[in-house]
Design a protein around this ligand. Structure first.
Ligand code: DP6
Length: 356
């Protein structure tokens, strides 16, 4: 951390990866504190995949807090940004109650860059707010539990504060202090698990998660049923599957939960559509492929956009790439399907081609 005491200048750069929910968060019971109506569970990707990198500088010479996102200055007065700034400063004040060693009275200049399309349903806000909160905390010398702060930037961001398999417990308290993220298992628990992101469309989504889930809470009875009667049991089953590395159960729960989330979007009034024809073709392809294999080798999950996230095991990755390449050749909609991914020496059998 470069530090210049004379100028009162501190700077840190951090990066945080995207996380993909396999049990989805959809719906808040408190909009301001961002408290969910159900617990959720996700897989955090590697740092070298989809990530946000944020540099925070704080200096006596800065006159106001400012933020740039992908090179463009954004509005720092956004309530969620303000919540994160306020909360980290509050924690810093508590920690450094004996003075101002970390430049608490100084303003921040924040620069954040995503290495993937922003707001295209690829969890950019999750990586973005996780990274922001972590960088602010580092620059002010704050340690400890920060997922409650990241949660106030974007709900799913609290899960990107940890690696591996992470649960966000909905909590019961009104102040949200028990609505935190915790690691269920480190990624080393399941080194064979592979996550592929199929970019069907890099465009910004028409209905953002925040407003989509708000309308769902107001209008969908299926969402209420899901939160109260389905998710609690699924969370337990999913945690067990992750700990046991039981891919078949993990995959089935992942696909069912993605499907139920999109069903609640359809049950929302007016309905919200995130999947497109290519997404639906991918869903069918995965089921046909699994059926042909006689076991569940691949699972899909879709967030608030048409892009597919595929979960599989190392031993099946190459064959599934090839399957995808055959059915979504680069000149079609699935242009990005195989982008940057190595495929070596796999030839699909005629039988498999016919089956799918
Ligand atoms: C479909 O975390 O983006 O990706 O809390 O309003 O910022 P806000 O919503 P956000 O919602 C993510 C929804 C989801 C499912 C998930 O990540 O669990």
């Amino acid at each position: 951390m470069p530090e210049d005491k004379a100028l009162g200048f501190n700077m840190v750069t951090c990066s945080a990866p995207v996380n993909i929910a396999v049990i989805k968060y959809w719906g808040k019971r408190d909009e301001e504190l961002i408290l969910p109506i159900n617990s959720s569970l996700s897989v955090t990707l590697h740092q070298d995949q989809l990530r946000t990198t944020t540099t925070v500088a704080c200096s006596r010479s800065f006159e106001e807090d400012r933020i740039w996102l992908n090179g463009r200055e954004e509005d720092i007065t956004l309530p969620r940004l303000q919540s994160c700034l306020r909360e980290v400063r509050r924690l810093a004040r508590k920690r450094h109650s004996d003075g101002d060693p970390a430049g608490l009275s100084h303003k921040f200049h924040i620069c954040s860059v995503n290495n993937f399309p922003t707001a295209a349903g690829l969890a950019s806000s999750a990586a973005g707010y996780a990274c922001l909160v972590y960088s602010l905390a580092r620059v002010l010398g704050v340690e400890g539990e920060l997922s409650v702060v990241a949660r106030q930037g974007s709900g799913s961001a609290c899960r990107s504060m940890y690696g591996g398999f992470v649960q966000w417990t909905m909590g019961q308290r009104e102040d949200g202090k028990d609505s935190i993220a915790q690691q269920v298992a480190p990624e080393t628990n399941w080194p064979e698990l592979r996550v592929l992101v199929l970019v069907v469309s890099a465009e910004r989504k028409l209905v953002g998660s925040t407003s989509g889930m708000q309308t769902s809470v107001e209008t969908s009875s299926l969402l209420k049923h899901r939160a109260e009667c389905v998710v609690p049991g699924r969370m337990e089953q999913m945690i067990r599957a992750v700990k046991k590395r039981d891919f078949a159960t993990f995959a089935e729960l992942t696909m069912k939960d993605s499907n139920q989330f999109h069903a609640t979007c359809l049950d929302t009034y007016p309905p919200v559509f995130y999947l497109n024809d290519v997404s639906r073709r991918i869903i069918n392809l995965v089921h046909r492929y699994n059926r042909h294999c006689g076991e569940t080798r691949v699972a899909y999950s879709f967030d608030a956009g048409p892009n597919a996230v595929i979960f599989t095991l190392q031993e099946h990755t190459a064959e599934f790439f090839q399957v995808g390449g055959t059915f979504f050749p680069p000149e079609t909609n699935g242009e990005q399907f195989l982008k940057g991914l190595p495929i070596t020496g796999v030839t699909l059998s005629e039988e498999l081609k016919e089956a799918i």
